[in-house]
Design a protein around this ligand. Structure first.
Ligand code: PMP
Length: 479
């Protein structure tokens, strides 16, 4: 009889001790940071960082996991060099297994808008984990997060949580088909909506990085209802709607694409998509897995003042833990089981740790949004312009796209507005730049076709250090 309370008691004590250890560790981190900054001021940036531990770990992982990675772009295939094994992160910085300190502009591919190991988020996860990790039954925090997310997106009335962005888009498309009773779906070249069969057509992200058209293992019959059109081209959309009259269930789009590098939808383009889908009674899905709470608190739809029918989300709403979500008006969402006939389920959906991390992150953003988003805008602008100026001084032809704290330097004169123009980039030049930056302690996405991100934890000093590194890196690329 006493075993349960005893275990519970020791867990509570354990958590208490952990909290204190974390506080001490955080003080340790600050000290390490200060010391390493002093050291850096005295020394030239290193151009021969140690990689032995990362190499050893990659060798071991490659024998056990395809490519040594659990997501393809992490293998550095497009940029060369040794993929770094990361052992810890704090704020804007990460440390690899060889103790190299790096300023991180990947942020776990977008979720970490508050930086690594953000205190609010860690505290929320810790408090949740002390109560158990998963129950397969509802927990109160699911509605807390749902309420918070819904309050930021005016067209949402209901939302369903899943465990990844892939599940979110896949489910939203199934729902659109159930709602319209139509078969065709429309997507755009260079947009990536996860790895569901029907969506791996002319997809961006890792598919573009690897330079492959789609994926093996998908029978062409599975793709017969997918229309992949050029991005930012309304006439192609009009033409497809004429050709497939009353047959197109939905149009899914990244309103600001992150997966061919950062490429914003033109104002007229997104308005046009809204007007055409309304006229044709097709469902407009904004895939805001990357842009939700990133480019503005209310995502890209806030910036462009457009209300899609369905929105998909992920990344930030999980605060670094696995989450996805899709939502819209009750009229459509009530078709989802158990209320309606569209089936979708998940063992770990609405997992209490992910919900707690997401709630802490989104709440922090909501409570500080008037300071956070203007600061991210200003600092990101300074960084992106600073690096672009460094390229110009070095005579390296690049152009850049940026929306808030999401950005890409393309190794082409540009402008980059779609996949055709993005794919003109000198990817070998980007790879040299990437490696030169990494050698100088700057961790960029290891692909020309992935957006980089700034977090609230990045400082003016980080930006200055990055621009200084870029000056040297462009010189090295040119040499
Ligand atoms: N949609 C978009 C816009 C994305 O950027 C991504 C992932 N980068 C996904 C969907 C898929 O999300 P996940 O990797 O969580 O499955």
């Amino acid at each position: 009889m006493q075993a349960v309370p005893l275990i519970f008691h020791s867990l509570e004590v354990g958590c208490y001790i952990y909290r204190w250890l974390r506080k001490l560790r955080s003080i340790g981190f600050s000290l390490t940071l200060t010391l390493s900054r002093i050291r850096k001021e005295l020394m030239e940036p290193s151009t021969s960082r140690k990689v032995e531990q990362s190499q050893r770990l990659q060798k071991r992982a490659a024998a056990l996991i395809p490519g040594g990675v659990n997501s393809p772009v992490r293998a550095f295939g497009a940029v060369g060099g040794d993929p770094r094994f990361i052992v810890r992160g704090k704020g804007s910085r990460i440390w690899d297994a060889d103790e190299n300190e790096l300023i991180d502009y990947v942020g776990s591919w977008g979720p970490l808008i508050l930086g690594h190991a953000a205190p609010d988020v860690l505290d929320a996860i810790l408090a949740a984990v002390c109560n158990g990790t998963s129950f397969g039954a509802s927990t109160p925090v699911e509605a807390d997060l749902a309420e918070l997310v819904i309050s930021a997106f005016p067209h949402l009335q209901k939302i369903r949580f899943v465990s990844s962005g892939t599940e979110a888009t896949m489910s939203a498309i199934r729902l659109a088909r159930a709602y319209t009773k139509r078969k065709y779906i429309m997507k755009f070249e260079g947009c990536y909506h996860g790895h569901a069969d029907a969506l791996l057509v002319k997809a961006g992200s890792g598919v573009a990085t690897l330079g492959i058209p789609g994926s093996a293992g998908i029978p062409e019959e599975f793709l017969q209802f997918t229309l992949a059109l050029p991005f930012n081209d309304l006439s192609a959309v009009e033409h497809a709607f004429q050709k497939f009259k009353h047959q197109i269930a939905c149009v899914i789009v990244e309103p600001v694409v992150g997966n061919m590098g950062c490429v914003p939808g033109g104002d007229d383009y997104l308005v046009g998509l809204r007007l055409i889908t309304e006229r044709e009674k097709a469902v407009l899905i904004f895939d805001e897995v990357m842009t939700g709470f990133r480019v503005a608190f209310g995502g890209a739809q806030e910036i462009y003042s457009i209300r899609p029918d369905l929105t998909t989300m992920g990344k930030i709403i999980g605060g670094g833990l696995p989450v996805g979500a899709y939502g819209g008006p009750s009229e459509i969402m009530d078709l989802v089981a158990p209320l309606g006939p569209m089936y979708q389920a998940g063992t770990l959906s609405g997992n209490p740790l992910a919900m707690a991390a997401g709630f802490a992150t989104v709440k922090h953003l909501r409570d500080h949004k008037d300071e956070i988003y203007p600061r991210l805008e200003k600092l990101s602008g300074k960084l992106v312009e600073g690096v672009a100026a460094a390229a110009k001084d070095a005579g390296v032809a690049i152009c850049h796209n940026r929306v808030g704290s999401m950005f890409t330097w393309f190794f082409t004169a540009g402008p980059v507005t779609d996949w055709d123009s993005a794919s003109k980039s000198d990817t070998a030049g980007f790879a040299r730049f990437f490696r030169a930056m990494l050698d100088r302690g700057i961790y960029l996405p290891p692909s020309q076709y992935e957006a980089a991100f700034l977090s609230t934890a990045h400082s003016e000093e980080d930006v200055m250090q990055t621009v200084a590194a870029a000056k040297q890196a462009f010189a090295a690329v040119k040499a």
